[in-house]
Each structure stands twice: as structure tokens, then as C-alpha cells.
Design a protein around this ligand. Structure first.
Ligand code: AMP
Ligand code: ZN
Length: 114
């Protein structure tokens, strides 16, 4: 747990947040500022700063995140499609320095992103 990390505080429930899914190493919850009808965040319980900070031993956690996204997309009935985004670093607009996968759906999404 990183002391001042908002997502670590969500994992520990120091910031009470409803989990839409919880597995051994992963939790998912609603984004506080949704950009689409469905906008969930899927994160590792372990504090990992970004994709760039992943260690080889984290392979299982990343797989668990992907399967969580699959299950959440089904639960949210995103059968028309959805997008998974991982902003990494300042130029990509990463604001929270705890790895998180955005799951966006429920509307048409433009490409390329801005
Ligand atoms: P990023 O810009 O990729 O780092 O995304 C960070 C996301 O975290 C943003 O979409 C925020 O709306 C979201 N966020 C920040 N604080 C919270 C919180 N306490 N609960 C839920 N989502 C949050
Ligand atoms: Zn953290």
C-alpha cells in the first residue's frame, strides 16, 4: 500500500467504495467521473504504478484483470462493444499512479482518441 494513493485507499476501504467485482488480486468499481454510460475501473489490489512498473511476477495479476474485464463486460451487457484503456504516463494523461484499466461502453466511442 502506498501511503497517499487514492486507489490503495479504495482497496483497503479507507475510502468506502462499492466493488462490482472482487477476485483474489483484483477489484472493480465505478469511475467517480464517468465518461460513458458504463465506466468502470479495474485495478490490482497491489500497488503497481503503471504498466511500465509491472514485474514479471505480476503476469498472473494482469491475466486476472483481463478475465475480470471479460466478466464485467458480460455483466454490464456490453454486447455491442466496449473499450479498455490504460493511460500510462503524463503524456497519456495518467492522473492516478496506481495501475487501472478503464472499461468504457454503452455508447458509440470515437477513434482515434484525442
Ligand atoms: P487516469 O486519468 O487514467 O489516471 O484515470 C483516473 C480515473 O480515476 C479518472 O477517470 C477519475 O475519474 C477516477 N477516479 C479518481 N478518484 C476516484 C475515486 N475516488 N473513485 C472512483 N474513481 C476515481
Ligand atoms: Zn496504490
Amino acid at each position: 500500500m502506498a501511503g497517499d494513493c487514492v486507489f490503495c485507499k479504495i482497496v483497503s476501504q479507507e475510502i468506502p467504495t462499492e466493488f462490482l467485482l472482487e477476485t483474489e488480486h483484483v477489484v472493480a468499481f465505478q469511475d467517480i467521473n464517468p465518461e460513458a454510460p458504463t465506466h468502470l475501473l479495474v485495478i490490482p489490489k497491489k500497488h503497481i504504478t503503471s504498466i511500465s512498473a509491472l514485474e514479471d511476477d505480476d503476469q498472473g495479476i494482469v491475466g486476472e484483470i483481463m478475465l475480470a474485464i471479460r466478466d464485467l463486460a458480460e455483466k454490464e451487457q456490453l454486447d455491442q462493444g466496449y473499450r479498455v484503456v490504460v493511460n500510462t504516463g503524463s503524456q497519456a494523461g495518467q492522473t492516478v499512479k496506481h495501475l487501472h484499466f478503464h472499461l468504457l461502453g454503452g455508447r458509440s466511442l470515437k477513434w482515434p482518441p484525442g
